[in-house]
Design a binder for this molecule. Structure first.
Ligand code: ZN
Length: 147
């Protein structure tokens, strides 16, 4: 089971996150916390006319949270807000019910977390933070609110 959870792609992205660092020309940003695990991220988004041009993040946390943010930043780059909404919903289904969708591409490697309910929040932290960033809500995001 653990081997399934910590696939090579997750370990790689967890250790060497892509798009890591401050994005100077971001027009959305948001902090997110997962108190259950101690994961913290600060997400930066550059969006123009409904298209996400670039996502970067900083933070620290477990391999799952870092890998999820890293994979998300790669997969969502260049996508419209409508496409992102669909991918977000598909991703949520994947990590809660294990429904892999073709839209998800390499995000499918995170499907193993559904066997570990405590880790689902690690995997979804970046996504909830992105949603909040795009909606420009006030205050930081916590995985322990609204559930
Ligand atoms: Zn975590």
């Amino acid at each position: 089971m653990l081997r399934e959870l910590y696939q090579e792609v997750i370990i790689d992205h967890g250790r060497h996150p892509r798009n890591f660092g401050v994005l100077p020309n971001a027009n959305h940003h948001k902090e997110g916390f997962n108190p259950l695990c101690g994961d913290k991220i600060h997400l930066y988004v550059q969006e123009e006319n409904g298209v996400v041009k670039k996502i970067q993040f900083e933070g620290c946390g477990c391999a799952i949270s870092m890998a999820s943010a890293s994979l998300m930043s790669e997969v969502l780059c260049g996508k419209t807000l409508t496409e992102i909404n669909t991918i977000f919903n598909d991703f949520h289904l994947l990590v809660t019910e294990g429904n892999p969708s073709k839209n998800l591409g390499k995000l499918a490697v995170l499907g193993g977390v559904r066997e570990f309910p405590a880790r689902v929040k690690c995997a979804t932290l970046a996504w909830h933070t992105l949603n909040a960033a795009l909606q420009d809500t006030s205050g930081p995001v916590s995985t322990e609110e609204d559930e």
